[in-house]
Design a protein around this ligand. Structure first.
Ligand code: NDP
Length: 247
């Protein structure tokens, strides 16, 4: 469904839009009538999604994006700003979760989680905040996790990155009265998140729980859509969405 009011059509950037929650969010926001720019490393996946949505007459485009590359994130945002004049909403969604006990010393994966889940979010903020402040308007949606609310074994570093995202989101909100900031904390959600890295035991346990009780990614997309759809003077600061049976 396209919106008839152009003032409610937003220019939205979604990072990590090639699968899971990011893809579902891009689909949901495009269907709501926004122009959505999808970013991720797997451009073949983005191309398939964008083709499908364009065939449904939705307004979407994609570009390669590695959120660990600060200059690359800046160039990505600059291209959108040059093409559309503004970025109304940034959804910082890209993330990785290679679960393992600290004693396994997967130090490279600790770095990867910090680089993608934390630095990636900061790179996104750095790329859009100046233009948002210039226009005194904008919305940054950070996808954290219920791992930002409690720590579990094998998720220490993952939780640390998500606690950090929640903390910096609160600082961003307090510092900028014109900018809306939303943290979305999903519980178990079906996606590709448990497919990379970690230990077989830890990832297998997370995968089993997700298969048993995980939400569809569309449930999280709808929460993002709700926050974006509020009037500009209403900032939905935090949304926690868990499967009903999740403890
Ligand atoms: P997926 O693995 O399905 O999606 C992760 C996305 O992040 C992919 O599109 C991937 O794209 C992208 N990504 C990873 N590394 C980079 C990078 N360096 N640069 C750009 N994009 C990158 O998992 P989810 O959909 O579950 O994860 C999305 C977010 O939701 C994450 O932040 C995750 O922590 C969070 N989350 C997920 C939960 C769940 O249960 N699924 C629960 C709570 C939070 P590509 O590889 O193509 O670059």
């Amino acid at each position: 469904m396209n919106m008839d009011s152009s003032s409610s059509r937003k220019i939205v950037v979604v990072t990590g839009a090639s699968s899971g929650i990011g893809e579902a969010t891009a689909r949901h926001l495009a269907a709501a009538g926004h122009h959505v720019v999808l970013g991720a490393r797997r451009t073949d996946r983005l191309a398939v999604v964008v083709k499908e949505l364009r065939e449904a007459s939705l307004s979407v485009e994609f570009a390669e994006l590695d959120v660990t590359d600060r200059q690359g994130v800046s160039r990505f945002a600059q291209t959108v700003l040059e093409g559309h004049g503004r970025i109304d909403v940034l959804v910082n969604n890209a993330g990785v979760m290679p679960l393992a006990p600290l004693s396994a010393l997967h130090v490279d994966e600790w770095d990867q989680m910090i680089d993608v889940n934390l630095r990636g979010v900061l790179h996104g903020i750095a790329a859009v905040l100046p233009s948002m402040l210039e226009r005194s308007s904008g919305h940054i949606v950070n996808i954290a996790s219920t791992a930002a609310l409690r720590v579990d074994p094998t998720a220490s570093v993952y939780c640390a990155t998500k606690y950090a995202v929640r903390a910096l989101s609160e600082g961003l909100r307090q510092e900028n009265g014109d900018i809306r900031v939303t943290v979305v904390c999903p519980g178990f959600t079906r996606s590709e998140l448990t497919e990379q890295g970690g230990t077989a035991e830890a990832q297998g346990a997370a995968r089993a729980a997700t298969e048993q009780i995980g939400l569809p990614a569309s449930a999280i997309a709808q929460a993002v859509g709700y926050a974006i759809a509020q009037p500009s003077d209403v900032d939905v600061n935090e949304i926690v969405v868990r499967p009903t049976v999740q403890r």
